[in-house]
Design a binder for this molecule. Structure first.
Ligand SMILES: Cc1cc2nc3c(=O)[nH]c(=O)nc-3n(C[C@H](O)[C@H](O)[C@H](O)COP(=O)(O)OP(=O)(O)OC[C@H]3O[C@@H](n4cnc5c(N)ncnc54)[C@H](O)[C@@H]3O)c2cc1C
Length: 473
């Protein structure tokens, strides 16, 4: 049996052996027992919602473990912690927490991702007081490649396993479940701000997470940089603080994961790439949001963590039909004081009409606190500002041979170099533009630490994927 499997951007077609559904931990254990040390024996690949964009959930000839059915969630009021199996999505966890007036501390801007995939990427979110998700883990159970099931914590229980499994993209074994600290789920009012020069925004970011505006302290924060042609490109910025409003009326229900401002912005940008006038009008509307009190939307915290990703989950440009372009994400983390230098490089290389043909659709801004677990592939050793780019990228080749053009790849590599030179980093779950040398520079001890952990917990490399192969684990 074999299956041709691609991820959501459609640039990583891989022929895998099969995709067994893991409805019970024993199924995973039996599959693990069947992996022999012979090189030709199919290796196991963990897969969550498969939103990563660089072969992280595939391996030629591998067995892709579909984890969605392993999704039990339980809240413990005594410890205010939530325990979720690896295939549970944040959206599922929201339903359990809502009843108890609690919310996750950290996950992506959307609830679509699984616990396993979020931990394996060590994701970050919109709460400027929080670091990557690993910081919020009390403990986690891992089915290691050596057959043992171990409980790992960041400090006293198998810390080496913890720091390789969190942010290690499936290294060492299969995360089965994890217990997370939670926070309260207050009503948050969205308050818009605007700066016509990004240099004035740096102070806003530097004051987070304790910046107190007229309305209170920012519990969540998100910025959108202008992607219009001209002087405003990556210079004007619209941002939103989400501030507690205890008197605010809001429904204590979970909203649909509908499009929010960023989805509308991005979709409109894509649709209007040929129509500069429309883009201008759109940006004006967005800027106008902050002046219009009727837009003072209120939701509880979790509802602000439920943006839609269905838009991105389409192959290629909107409609998914263009063979010569694809939309993809890239993220860079730089010290807050280096934001302007990073943006200067982006302005040079990504401006509309750039020689590489890259169309920047959106560029959002968040603040991430340091990774206190010192994970092997830590992207936030200190406070970092995260620039998340969504871009329409030109492709060369046809069918499964499609790949970003050399010119576009060069630009993304150059931006990685700039981020590294500024003491920053790039994020690993996306299309792997980075060279091996750039990876080594960005994550200096990463390969050695992952290899050391894998030698102990998965010496036969029963668990693997294309990303781990690239890293040399
Ligand atoms: C539209 C979009 C928005 C995003 N927004 C954010 C964001 O706001 N913040 C952020 O930090 N990231 C963001 N990301 C990146 C995202 O967090 C990662 O791609 C994440 O890994 C996706 O989760 P998933 O369930 O789809 O994992 P998958 O893509 O299925 O898997 C990702 C990795 O995790 C491993 N894995 C999965 N399950 C397990 C398991 N049980 N045990 C061990 N390893 C496992 C896989 O082998 C793979 O290496 C975004 C991505 C997209 C496409």
């Amino acid at each position: 049996m074999s299956i041709d499997l691609d991820d959501l951007i459609g640039l990583n077609m891989t022929t895998v052996h099969d995709m067994p559904l893991i409805g019970h931990v024993d199924v995973a254990k039996a599959l693990l027992a069947g992996v022999s040390h012979v090189d030709s024996s199919p290796r196991l690949v963990a897969a969550g919602m498969r939103h990563s964009q660089g072969g992280h959930t595939a391996l030629s000839g591998g067995r892709v473990l579909v984890m969605e059915a392993l999704n039990a969630v339980n809240y413990d009021p005594a410890t205010q912690t939530v325990t979720a199996e690896a295939g549970a999505t944040w959206s599922q966890i929201h339903h359990t927490l809502l009843v108890h007036g609690r919310a996750p501390l950290v996950h992506q801007s959307s609830g679509h991702f699984t616990v396993g995939g979020s931990l394996a990427a060590n994701c970050h979110g919109r709460d400027p007081s929080q670091g990557p998700i690993g910081n919020t883990v009390v403990s986690m159970d891992v089915l290691c490649g050596n057959g043992e099931t171990l409980t790992a914590t960041s400090d006293n229980e198998h810390p080496k396993l913890f720091s390789a499994a969190v942010g290690g993209y499936g290294c060492c074994g299969l995360i089965l479940r994890a217990t997370f600290r939670t926070t309260s789920n207050p009503c948050l009012q969205e308050i818009w701000g605007f700066e016509n020069q990004v240099k004035n925004y740096v102070g806003v970011l530097q004051a987070l997470p304790n910046r107190t505006g007229a309305a209170g302290t920012s519990a969540l924060h998100y910025g959108w940089l202008c992607c219009l042609e001209g002087n405003d490109f990556l210079n004007e910025v619209v941002y939103a603080d989400y501030v507690e409003n205890s008197g605010g009326a809001h429904a204590l229900a979970l909203k649909d994961e509908a499009w929010g401002t960023s989805e509308v912005l991005r979709a409109s940008w894509s649709a209007a790439t040929q129509d500069a006038k429309f883009q201008k009008a759109l940006w004006k509307e967005i800027k106008g949001l902050r002046l219009n009190p009727s837009h003072a939307t209120m939701h509880h915290r979790m509802n602000w963590m439920r943006a839609a990703v269905s838009f991105t989950a389409s192959r290629g440009d909107p409609g998914g039909t263009r063979p010569d372009r694809v939309e993809m994400l890239q993220e860079y983390f730089v010290p807050v004081g280096q934001l302007l230098a990073m943006l200067a490089a982006m302005r040079t290389h990504l401006a509309p009409g750039n020689a590489a043909g890259i169309r920047l659709l959106t560029c959002t801004v968040r603040v991430v606190q340091p990774d206190t677990c010192h994970t092997a592939l830590s992207y936030a050793p200190g406070v970092r500002v995260c620039l998340a780019l969504e871009a329409s990228v030109p492709l060369k080749g046809v069918g499964h041979e499609r790949a970003p053009t050399a010119e576009a790849a060069d630009v993304f590599r150059l931006l990685i170099d700039v981020a590294l030179a500024l003491g920053g980093n790039y994020y690993l779950p996306y299309y792997p533009f980075a060279t091996s040398a750039q990876f080594q520079k960005a994550y200096p001890k990463g390969q050695t630490r992952l290899q050391a952990a894998a030698n102990e917990y998965d010496p036969g490399r029963a668990f693997s994927n294309e990303f781990l192969r690239f890293v040399g684990v």
